[in-house]
Design a protein around this ligand. Structure first.
Ligand code: GLY
Length: 365
């Protein structure tokens, strides 16, 4: 039985397993994928850790894996590396049943997912997320895509995976900064939809920072369940799925203005959540701002922007792809665990949000 199930409008499901990578070949068959050729795309950080074991496990179960390793990092979410996947896939003689396996974090999941969405008008996709962000968020729900110089994720498609298998043991090898960045998404899920997760994070934060296995398992599955529940409500982001963008409209402006790679996505989201909490509190004074800010401040990432011009951030925010029509829609909190979308925030209120991240804050443990 899957740990979680995404129920798709097509009638198909996207099962989520928190299982060892060694189980992937059996899970692929159980999900109806037809044994034969398959393509594993990974990056040069994750590939050396898990690629060989995955490929030999697949071979021993009668699959014929072809492995492509791309550079690690946000720059891989580009037309150039997408092209490299196309060239590799087409040179191996794929057909419409050939699954593409994305072994890695959010970057690999997004670019490989987009390749799967477009090659031969759609190949089966298996997401094997090895980062915290990918396990609780990006590998679930079918968003795929690449960046453009005009902005992040401007080219993409919805393409729902046939299988998501997240091996929690891969989180042990995650570099500190990536772990912290992933925690930002976990905190986001607690803030927008799950007060139980919020309390659990407050209680178990030190154990989580030490990556204690049972706390990690409980936290990751609970945070991923928020994502699954939201996607089950609104698969194509017509309405409530937008709440997953809490902190992201501010965060994308930071990434864009500072230059991709200067802040991790999680760092930008942590800063964005501070700004969004500040604006939420302006509109809803009963919101327990200091409690929620305290939780965000525990994230061991940078909590202030010192070298980015707030006016430039403000302008960058209006260039976000979700603001193309000129109306800025923000996700705010009405209460802990209760997010809403509004287009009634004034530029002055937005600037108050930016002020909350442009002054230094000391992280607390
Ligand atoms: N990460 C936001 C979404 O999947 O909708």
């Amino acid at each position: 039985m899957p740990d979680l199930i995404v129920r798709l409008s097509s009638g198909r499901t996207s099962p989520v397993f928190f299982s060892p990578l060694a189980e992937v070949p059996d899970l692929m068959e159980a999900c109806g994928l037809v044994r034969g050729k398959c393509l594993v795309v990974t990056d040069r950080r994750v590939g050396p850790l898990y690629g060989a074991a995955l490929a030999s496990g697949l071979s021993s179960r009668g699959w014929m894996p072809h492995v492509l390793s791309l550079p690690a990092g946000e720059h891989t979410k580009s037309a150039q590396h997408l092209g490299a996947i196309y060239d590799f896939a087409l040179s191996t003689g794929i057909d419409r049943r050939t699954p593409l396996l994305a072994l890695g974090g959010g970057v690999i999941g997004d670019v490989v997912g987009f390749a799967a969405a477009t090659l031969l008008r759609g190949l089966p996709l298996v997401q094997l997320p090895t980062s915290l962000i990918a396990q609780v968020d990006s590998a679930i729900g079918g968003k795929t895509g690449i960046n453009h110089s005009e902005g992040k994720n401007l080219i993409g498609a919805f393409h729902q995976p046939h299988l998501i298998c997240a091996d929690l043991s891969t989180l042990r090898s995650l570099p500190e900064l990536e772990w912290s960045s992933g925690l930002a998404e976990v905190v986001k899920h607690a803030l927008i939809a799950d007060t139980g997760l919020l309390e659990s994070l407050e209680r178990h934060w030190p154990a989580l920072m030490e990556r204690q296995a049972t706390v990690v398992r409980d936290t990751v599955i609970r945070a991923a369940a928020v994502k699954v529940a939201v996607v089950n409500e609104d698969e194509r982001e017509a309405s409530c799925r937008m709440i997953l963008n809490f902190g992201h409209t501010f965060g994308h402006a930071i990434e864009r203005e500072a230059g991709y790679g200067r802040f991790t996505h999680g760092e930008a989201v942590a800063l964005g959540m501070r700004a969004a909490l500040k604006v939420s509190h302006l509109l809803e004074p009963m919101l327990p701002l200091s409690r929620l800010m305290r939780l965000v401040s525990r994230l061991p990432v940078r909590h202030s922007l010192d070298s980015v011009d707030p006016a430039a951030l403000h302008r960058a925010m209006y260039r976000d792809k979700k603001v193309r029509s000129g109306t800025l829609r923000l996700v705010l909190l009405r209460a802990p665990g209760e997010a809403y979308v509004t287009d009634r925030v004034t530029p002055e209120e937005i600037d108050t949000g930016w002020a909350a991240v442009c002054s230094p804050v000391k992280p607390t443990r």
